[in-house]
Design a protein around this ligand. Structure first.
Ligand code: PMP
Length: 286
């Protein structure tokens, strides 16, 4: 199946969408991205993704090529053109093509490169993995120090994902100074003593859009949330654990480095939050 993708204002069959070899996204990983889930043909938590895109661009001294209303129109059009029911919209903005390779940023006014494409994932919200939970390994966090900016430099997370694959598990949790930062492409949580614990926001983790929604919904459901760093040992001794991301929603974690958590099955808090999150986000989808 050939998709229709968006490139700098044009709608093209995917094989015809071409970006310059001098594009700074290609040469320098000088670009940012967002991934918005689609359920029932509608966008999940779109406003949150727009806010974070704007922040990532600003932190890197890049302008935002579109208004929120234009981004929304582009997202809706790409979903419609590709007939996506369940899946995601990937969007990327790079600092564009200066015409040569140079560490210095190109002159002001150099057009940015804007790409959007879709990935269709029928039954995205009914993932069988949510019923059994993920098993994870821990791995040293060797990423750069501005993980709050959603850049396309994803080599180390890819290496971590390959390490997880080699270990026969689903994902890896990054550990820095003994504490868990986050997963390869998700935020990490434990449940201990009846409290949901997740790392506080800072430069060392991505400010997950799903994290913000899930913490809000948890508090609304009278669950106690503590935002602080937790150690790997604490995680292994926790009653349950889970991760959140725009594409996995809330996913229970049942094992860390071979240690089963609680009963070794998805825990009640993770399962309840997954249900609440999907239900509320479907209601609010645009
Ligand atoms: N942390 C990292 C490192 C990620 O790549 C992601 C997914 N983009 C997340 C957290 C979760 O963010 P979100 O809920 O916005 O998908």
């Amino acid at each position: 199946m050939s998709r229709i993708v968006h490139l700098n204002g044009d709608w093209l069959p995917e094989a015809e969408a071409k970006v310059s070899v001098f594009d700074r996204g290609f040469l320098m990983a000088d670009g940012v991205y967002e991934v918005t889930s689609v359920l029932g043909g509608k966008l999940i938590d779109f406003e949150g993704h727009c806010r974070r895109l704007d922040r990532s661009l600003r932190e890197l001294g890049m302008g935002n090529p579109h208004s929120d209303a234009e981004w929304l129109a582009l997202h809706r059009e790409i979903v419609a053109r590709n007939g996506v029911e369940d899946g995601m919209v990937y969007l990327q903005v790079t600092r564009g093509n200066p015409g040569d390779r140079d560490f210095a940023y190109p002159p002001e006014g150099t057009p940015q490169t804007v790409v959007l494409f879709t990935q269709s994932k029928p039954g995205l919200a009914d993932s069988p993995a949510a019923k059994t939970g993920w098993r994870v390994i821990s791995i040293p966090d060797q990423r750069w120090a501005r993980r709050d900016i959603k850049t396309v430099q994803l080599l180390y997370p890819s290496m971590a994902k390959m390490a997880a694959k080699a270990a026969g598990v689903d994902d890896a949790w990054f550990v820095e100074d003994g504490t868990v930062t986050e997963g390869t492409s998700n935020n990490a949580y434990i449940v201990a003593g009846g409290k949901i614990v997740t790392r506080q926001l800072g430069h060392d983790i991505l400010h997950g859009i799903t994290r913000a929604a899930v913490l809000r919904l948890a508090r609304e459901a009278q669950m106690e949330v503590v935002e602080r760093a937790f150690t790997l040992d604490e995680a292994k001794a926790a009653d349950e654990a889970f991760i959140t991301s725009a594409s996995a929603f809330v996913m229970p974690v049942v094992e860390i480095d071979g240690t089963a958590l609680g009963t070794g099955k998805p825990g009640p808090v993770a399962q309840r939050l997954r249900e609440i999150y999907i239900e509320e986000m479907r209601k609010a989808a645009v």
